[in-house]
Design a protein around this ligand. Sequence first.
Ligand code: NAD
Ligand code: IPM
Ligand code: MN
Length: 360
Amino acid sequence: MEFKIAVIPGDGIGVDVIREAVRTLDRVGQVFGHQFHYEHRLVGGCCIDAYGVPIQEETLNVCEGCDAILFGAAGGPKWDHLPRKDRPESGLAALRRHFNLFCNLRPAKIYEDIKDNSPLKNEIIDKGVDLMLIRDLTGGIYFGEKGTRQGKYGIEGYDVECYSAFEVERVARRAFEIARGRRKSVTSIDKSNALESSRMWRETVTKVHEDYPDVELTHLLVDKAAMEIACNPSRFDVMLTTSIFGDILSDEAGVTTGSVGMLASAAVNDKNFGLYEPIHGTAPDIAGKGIANPLASIAAVGMMLDIAFGLKEEADAVDRAINAVLHDGYRTPDIYRGAPGQVKTTTEEMGIQTAARISR
Ligand code: NAD
Ligand code: IPM
Ligand code: MN
């Protein structure tokens, strides 16, 4: 089969890790007989430097003609002084908004061979972590009314958290449907003891649940959820939450598995068109050193093959290759512990070794 993919590495380590993700995709193409065509575009700080804007209109048009978007990460200290609208991250926000990518899937699963990298105790990890955090991505505080104004104490900045029943319902339906293909349990996370938008969230999720009686629904307040991720992550199957809570909890839930460099993410719309990316950022502290872990981006390629192209066998091959490369001891510094059999490796070497393990 033939597919067209918009490749947008962004800034910092985004460039290095997406190069390895594309290497894996090319290898999948060779092994399974597919053709992947790439449209390379700049978004983020690199686009500001080249064209004066975080994303070009033309890039949105190009993405419209593609079957999926592969994204790295945007941002960095060089552009931190810019006003919000002009920042590199606004390029990513524009893609999310333009394509209405309301459903953000952020899986976190323990890889057996790097179990010891988890910051959690063995007794907690041994119960297993295999969760899917589903985060609303186009509603709530990120896209609500915002600005600066004169307030009670002088100048103030504000961002409005607002959820319509419609927005909650559409992402909740996705969560229940995805739970049906997993362990049939949804934990919805809100702050309904303090926020009106969270009351709307909880009431709507409860109502939608009536259509999914075979799935168990639990409500949890976000502060308790943060604690449970650290103490008892095995209790979670599908987690459903708002944009801001999901941003924070997905880093926390993800890192229980060992490193933020291992975590992939998909953001899809109602037509199943999506953007695939690692959940980590541009990692300015290690950018340019060639040591970033590319496995999050390679896992994002796996999600793209599965969700965007319906290529399950190919997606499984990517998952197997990641497990195999870890099993064979290859470790970028974020997951290297100096144990016998471990080989400290670069981004490129990790990519080459992973691609080499793609097989039918
Ligand atoms: P970050 O995820 O970039 O880094 C957090 C820590 O994790 C750092 O110590 C970093 O070295 C490490 N890390 C991240 N990815 C890694 C990888 N693949 N391999 C090894 N180590 C890795 O988060 P931050 O420092 O808060 O943000 C840096 C910049 O990235 C900011 O400008 C932020 O806005 C941006 N950002 C962008 C996205 C995105 O585009 N989706 C996501 C998060 C942050
Ligand atoms: C993420 C990032 C973004 C978010 C930033 C870059 C705006 O942290 O994708 O997790 O908060 O959505
Ligand atoms: Mn984040």
